[in-house]
Write a protein that binds this ligand. Structure first.
Ligand SMILES: O=CC(=O)O
Length: 315
């Protein structure tokens, strides 16, 4: 089987997959699908690129299989119209959610303890600065209570942080396992009120439904003074210009970002000149999560080969 990733990002995913699918041809189209017979793949891997109907017509894949959870770049209706199955590897099945949550913790700790400034002080020969803040006693609001949000809450608990969980559902319909993880549950319709009592805002949302730009200027302004935002879900959930403005004015103290409006982010993007700790979409990029993701991916390729029903289908 010919397995092709769109773009040459996420190289370790291909390496681990190539080991598991040793009989198959695993590779990448560095700049999108090439024309002609070379542009055909049995399994097409979106890898954060857009997959529209014309790309499907050119590549004529037997399966569009994400190496990970997010399918927001895939025109699932166009795939269904062409009879092409679309599948992903859900974050809760592989340890991916735990890896992403761990990265959220890294950003929270680095920004609260001002890790970049500490390293700069060390290089300047200064001692005992900067003054950081601990996570204890602060209020963290985690928006998005899927597998990643839950793992973030679990990891924050031992730090003595007050935990607010926000999800779509009214409290009466919230999942009891989520309610057990938080000090307070609030439905998303109470977003503004929750933010006014928030020091640490952690976004763990997929880009589905009406989530684009839900964190804009008014929401960032509502956070408590000294507020920190961490986004490990999807970039466009936050309004880019509002984020830059809030960081510039100091109304938001710092941001930890692993996901962006376009990926990879332009290194000259003004947000990167502000007080941010930024990583290039490595939330799920750990040997543990990748091995488990690759195993589920390879199992679906094997099913495709045998004509067996595929797992984790979105279409
Ligand atoms: O971003 C990573 C994923 O969607 O799995």
């Amino acid at each position: 089987m010919k397995v092709r990733f769109l773009g040459d990002s996420f190289p370790a995913a291909r390496e681990i997959l190539a080991e598991l699918l040793a009989e198959d041809d695993v590779g990448a189209w560095a700049s999108g699908a090439p024309a002609g017979p070379d542009g055909r793949a049995d399994v097409l891997v979106p890898a954060m690129r857009e997959v529209d109907g014309s790309l499907m017509d050119a590549a004529r894949p037997a399966l569009i299989q994400q190496f990970g959870a997010g399918l927001e770049g895939v025109d699932v209706a166009a795939a269904a119209a062409r009879g092409i199955p679309v599948a992903n590897v859900p974050a809760d099945r592989t340890g991916n959610a735990g890896s992403v949550a761990e990265l959220a913790m890294l950003h929270l700790l680095a920004l609260s303890r001002r890790f970049d400034q500490a390293r700069a002080a060390l290089r300047d020969g200064r001692l005992g600065e900067p003054l950081g803040r601990g996570l204890g006693g602060q209020t963290a609001t985690v928006i998005g209570l899927g597998a990643i949000g839950r793992e973030v809450l679990t990891r924050l608990r031992p730090f003595g942080t007050r935990l607010v969980g926000m999800g779509r559902r009214p409290r009466s319909e919230a999942d009891p396992t989520v309610l057990a993880l938080v000090d307070e549950y609030r439905p998303l319709v109470q977003l503004h009120a929750a933010l006014t009592a928030t020091d640490l805002l952690v976004l763990c949302l997929p880009l589905t439904g009406d989530k684009r730009g839900i964190i804009g200027a008014a929401e960032l302004r509502a956070l408590r003074p000294g507020g920190i935002l961490v986004n490990v879900g999807r970039g466009p959930v936050v309004d880019h210009d509002a984020l830059v403005a809030a960081l510039r004015s100091g109304s938001l103290t710092a941001a930890g970002l692993d996901v962006y409006w376009q990926e990879p982010i332009d290194p000259d993007d003004p947000v990167l000149a502000e007080n941010v700790s930024a990583t290039p979409h490595v939330g799920g990029v750990t040997t543990q999560a990748y091995r488990a993701t690759a195993e589920r991916f390879a199992a679906n390729v094997e099913r495709l080969r045998r004509g067996a029903p595929l797992e984790d289908r979105a279409a």
